[in-house]
Write a protein that binds this ligand. Structure first.
Ligand SMILES: [Zn+2]
Length: 259
């Protein structure tokens, strides 16, 4: 059910945007600390430049970055544009998902799904790893959600097995043929998680969109003069974008196939 016209959806989508901005602020902490093995709950954030503790008023999503003109109030060291970008991305995503889903359990599930994909993509870009806390934790959460009203636990389990299985087989073949590791175990667990959220149809659509995006990215990387596919961007972020495309454009994908 999609929210339709009138004042309520606009107000509620704005609320979703604000909630998303705060979640995005938390995701920044996850992106920074989780791969370093630090607690994501405490202590309060510090400026990496001067070590000064960041106060509540400096921690308002996006607004603080603008008010501080992208600099630490203590030492003037530049704050990465990544922080407000992740906040804006998450805020926009929350508003869009609210408008697409409308209120209900699927909305909560999709917001959680999105809140897992964002840190997974950025951590994979930064460190070339996908933390199990996110992929396997997300897999477990998706399976739990599939038992709630409107869920489909068989579809969810099938998606997880298909997602994990297909990539596992591909990685195995790639290693046999090329003698090099092309896809990490992190990607396999990620696609298993995506499968648990989207079911087997969504998994196939994700692989389709992911292959398209990955090929386009690989061509761009080679044209830029990189050392080719092996040093290109990791596959995880492509899978994350592809999963969202599969979730909301999957119907189009299946109609296209059936023509
Ligand atoms: Zn500072």
């Amino acid at each position: 059910m999609a929210a339709d016209g009138g004042g309520f959806p606009v107000l509620a989508a704005s609320a979703a945007f604000l909630v998303g901005a705060c979640i995005g602020s938390f995701l920044n902490v996850v992106i920074h600390r989780l791969p370093r093995g630090e607690s994501i709950v405490s202590p309060r954030s510090r400026c990496p430049g001067c070590g000064r503790q960041i106060g509540a008023w400096e921690n308002i999503p996006v607004a603080s970055f603008l008010l501080l003109r992208g600099k630490c109030a203590g030492c003037g060291e530049a704050i990465s544009w990544r922080y407000p970008a992740v906040e804006l991305l998450t805020a926009s995503g929350f508003a869009a998902i609210f408008l697409l889903d409308g209120p209900g359990i699927p909305l909560v599930r999709d917001l959680l799904f999105f809140s897992l994909l964002v840190p997974i993509a950025f951590i994979d870009i930064d460190h070339r790893i996908i933390p199990d806390e996110l992929s396997l934790g997300g897999l477990a959460a998706a399976l739990l959600f599939s038992f709630l009203p409107g869920g489909d636990w068989k579809g969810s389990a099938a998606g997880a097995l298909l997602g994990g299985g297909i990539l596992h087989a591909t990685a195995f073949l790639y290693e046999k043929v090329r003698g090099a590791e092309g896809m990490g175990g992190g990607d396999i667990k990620l696609l298993a998680m995506i499968g648990a959220f989207l079911g087997w149809r969504g998994t196939l659509a994700t692989i389709f969109f992911g292959a398209l995006l990955g090929a386009a990215g690989g061509i761009l990387a080679m044209r830029k003069g990189g050392a080719g596919l092996k040093t290109a961007i990791p596959f995880g972020p492509y899978l994350c974008v592809a999963a969202l495309a599969a979730r909301y454009l999957g119907g189009w994908f299946w109609r296209f196939l059936l023509i």
